[in-house]
Design a protein around this ligand. Structure first.
Ligand code: PMP
Length: 356
């Protein structure tokens, strides 16, 4: 039986994507060769990465607007480093919003390169909210934020209007909701949540923000070099890129981000309603900043943990445990999770309350 997978990442993928990806491993497009044994320079694979790059821009509404999409190894953690390398000027300054584990990880890397100011942080309340009313200095080289905090279950619902480049780690909510993506100058996301499997990150960058730091950048870390080489500077993670292409095609076939956003809203509403109305549970994030991708909640009475865990595990649910650093529960309800899947979890919570 296929389980209901609520893992945070690597995470649930549409069944059609898994099916097509596995077929391609055995026989890619009827070629008699596996996708993972053909040259990345073959016309078959070049077509894959080109289509994936174009489709990523199309889905975000950024085609022909000065942006480039890249698929690169290193996942999101590599972008923590590549972003300051490419954008933080020698003797310049970067501004960061500290909203949790991954935002702090990005800050740590930027500090290696230069003056990095944390303009606001929600650490004081265990990252349960998104700071508001902060201002970003006009002399910053860029402002970095994390749109969705995978560990703590908070999500930015507003983005500041700025005169400096806006950089965003969208690893855990890219392609899940409609935003004016043209407000962003650089978006990056580890693919393993809404954009495929682990092994690549998607980077969408406005070309005119690059090449201004005054520092020499090693080629493998240089966005300009990767743009010049059409995202093929070195051997790409071919299977991961192909899985991303299949996932992006699935998003398009579903009707694009607009349609997915409606489904994501319905799923989040269903689950948060249960958390708020069920006397045994409590939500962990401040209501106004709740994430529609990672729903964090806790049992009010921790002595019931084992009984609840047995119930959801026996119902075919997987991956509901909170991040190892914070515990409790986290239901990751990415694009590929159906409303029916969320209903199974809600039914388990109700059943638990009835029988406890
Ligand atoms: N940013 C966010 C928002 C994440 O959720 C994660 C991982 N879950 C990362 C960055 C780090 O990603 P990776 O493991 O792909 O480097």
């Amino acid at each position: 039986m296929k389980k209901y997978n609520f893992s945070a990442g690597p995470a649930i993928l549409p069944y059609e994507v898994l099916q097509k990806a596995s077929e391609a491993v055995l026989n890619f497009n009827g070629s008699g060769l596996s996708l993972i044994e053909i040259s990345h320079r073959s016309k078959e694979f070049v077509a894959v990465i080109e289509e994936a790059r174009t489709l990523a821009l199309e889905l975000l509404g950024l085609k022909n607007q000065g942006y480039q999409a890249l698929f690169m190894q290193g996942d999101a953690s590599m972008e923590f480093l590549r972003v300051p390398y490419n954008l933080l000027k020698i003797n310049g300054k970067a501004s960061y919003l500290d909203t949790g584990t991954w935002a702090s990880g990005a800050i740590k890397q930027a500090k290696i390169f230069g003056n990095t100011e944390i303009i606001a942080s929600s650490k004081d309340e265990n990252y349960s909210y998104i700071p508001k009313n902060y201002s970003v200095s006009a002399d910053s080289d860029y402002f970095h934020c994390t749109s969705n905090n995978t560990v703590y279950g908070t999500q930015m619902h507003e983005f500041p209007k700025l005169n400096v480049p806006l950089v965003c780690d969208m690893s855990s909510d890219i392609f899940s909701r409609v935003l004016d993506f043209s407000k962003f100058d650089l978006i990056y996301a580890g693919a393993q949540k809404n954009a495929g499997t682990s092994g690549v990150s998607l980077i969408v960058v406005k070309e005119n923000i690059l090449g201004k730091t005054g520092r020499a950048i090693p080629s493998i870390l240089d966005y300009k070099e990767h743009i010049l080489r059409e995202s093929m500077y070195n051997t790409p993670a071919v299977f991961a890129v192909y899985t991303s292409l299949l996932t992006l095609k699935w998003i398009k076939e579903k009707g694009g981000i607009t349609v997915l956003e409606k489904q994501n809203n319905a799923k989040a509403e269903l689950l948060y309603n249960e958390i708020d109305n069920n006397p045994l549970f409590v939500g962990k994030a401040k209501k106004e900043d709740r994430s529609k991708m990672n729903v964090t909640f806790a049992l009010k009475d921790k002595s019931l943990t084992e009984r609840f865990d047995n119930l959801w595990q026996n119902a075919g649910i997987s991956g509901l445990n909170g991040h190892r650093t914070v515990g409790d529960y986290r239901a990751s309800i990415y694009n590929a999770m159906s409303l029916e899947g969320v209903q199974v979890l809600v039914d388990v919570m109700r059943e638990f309350t009835r029988t406890v």
